[in-house]
Design a protein around this ligand. Structure first.
Ligand code: DP6
Length: 398
């Protein structure tokens, strides 16, 4: 008797992304339709990624999910939206074809792990939902409309479905069919671009993005002005800067847009303050560094937390990291302070040191991750990397 294959499993990875024109505010909470378009840079998965295994078996009794080894409620509405949508697309694709593909009636087990702190303003929900949707799509053989599905998990997740530089068109339709992600340029387009993540705190954020942006939409007139009158022009300008590899324009617009996003947070009532003293010190430091050179050599952006993301070019990485180490000397773990791409030590000139005009604040930055622009989600072929064992349970679970 031929034994039926007990379990079909697929494992994929997906990247985080950092917005340079920020998404903040929804016009439809359920479908996750934004009040403005946004644009982001996909970060390389060699440094930051989510890995997800999805498996189906006729032995599974119910859909189940484990995040970082801990079982979570599979009934979460956003998770349910993604599962339902992928199964709907699979059904649509199959009607008409003879099905050698996996049975849609079987239950699914999903295990997902992040290799970076969850919910610390490091876009973990973006990588998480992008990975979930991509993995389920591989499992069920669905190819199209994936950014629309990921968007229903978390808005920013739709941008993590593609590599390089990605815009999320806000769209106009009430059903969200035109609220989708599109690549502006691939990851190979601007090879000198580097990204430094300055981790100020790996704690969970105080006000989650979803709740924060809801209050902003309800109370901030600045946010309404931004969405209607500022972002459309900035989107066009940003696309142009990226196409021309114009770091001066890219960096300035990135900083202005981050500042305006945090201004709308302060204009929200009650106000939301994601930046802390260290974030503000980093902002000052970046402006003094640029002023010293008379041009924009580094640019900051902050999401819903105090961690800074710095954009710069390859030739400035070593020096700017030396500046950070000078002003924020590592308190402990000196050898673990620098993660990611290699950084060489350099001596800072006395002129630069005096231009920075700041007393050192030891320990304020916990560590730095150096990374670059990267590709979209990937399938892992090696079965060793599966997160679910042959029993359909997480290998990592305690
Ligand atoms: C500040 O995508 O996390 O990072 O759609 O409610 O899940 P939901 O929100 P989320 O918001 C991200 C906000 C941001 C800006 C951005 O990434 O564009």
């Amino acid at each position: 008797m031929a034994a039926e294959k007990p379990l079909v499993a697929i494992t994929c990875t997906a990247p985080t992304n950092i917005a340079v024109i920020k998404y903040w505010g929804k016009r439809d909470e359920k479908l996750i339709l934004p009040i403005n378009s946004s644009l982001s840079v996909t970060l390389h998965q060699n440094q930051l990624k989510t890995t997800t295994t999805a498996a189906i078996s006729r032995d599974f009794k119910e859909d189940r999910i484990w995040l970082n080894g801990k079982e979570e409620d599979v009934g979460h509405p956003r998770l349910q939206s993604c599962l339902r949508e992928i199964r709907r697309l699979a059904r649509k694709r199959r009607s008409g074809s003879d099905g050698e593909s996996v049975p849609l009636s079987y239950k699914v087990h999903i295990a997902s792990v992040n290799d970076f702190p969850t919910a610390a303003g490091l876009a973990s929900s973006a990588a998480g939902y992008a990975c979930l949707v991509y993995t389920l799509a591989q499992l069920y053989g669905v190819e199209n409309e994936l950014s629309e599905v990921a968007r229903q998990g978390s808005g920013s997740a739709c941008r993590s479905m593609l590599g390089g530089f990605v815009q999320w068109h806000m769209g106009e339709r009430p059903d969200g069919k035109d609220s989708i992600a599109q690549q502006v340029a691939p990851e190979s387009h601007w090879p000198e671009l580097r990204v430094l993540i300055l981790v100020v705190s790996a704690e969970r954020k105080l006000v989650a993005s979803t709740a924060g942006m809801q209050t902003s939409v309800e109370t901030s007139s600045l946010l309404k002005f931004r969405a209607e009158s500022v972002v459309p022009g900035r989107m066009a300008e940003m696309v142009q800067c990226i196409k021309e590899q114009d770091f001066e324009g890219f960096g300035q617009l990135t900083m202005k847009d981050s500042n305006q996003f945090h201004a709308t947070c302060l204009d929200t009532f009650p106000p939301i303050c994601y930046l802390n003293d260290t974030s503000r010190q980093i902002i000052g430091l970046v402006h003094r560094f640029n002023a010293h050179y008379g041009k924009t050599k580094v640019a900051y952006t902050f999401d819903a937390g105090p961690n800074a993301v710095i954009f710069t070019l390859e030739d400035t990485v070593n020096e700017f990291v030396a500046v950070i180490k000078q002003i924020f000397p590592p308190e402990m773990n000196g050898d673990k302070f620098l993660k990611g791409l290699p950084v060489e030590p350099v001596e800072l000139s006395e002129e630069l040191k005096s231009a920075l005009a700041m007393e050192p604040s030891p320990g304020q930055i916990k560590y730095i991750i150096t990374t670059q622009v990267g590709p979209g989600p990937q399938v892992l072929e090696d079965p060793q990397q599966q997160l679910l064992g042959s029993d359909g349970l997480p290998k990592l679970a305690s």
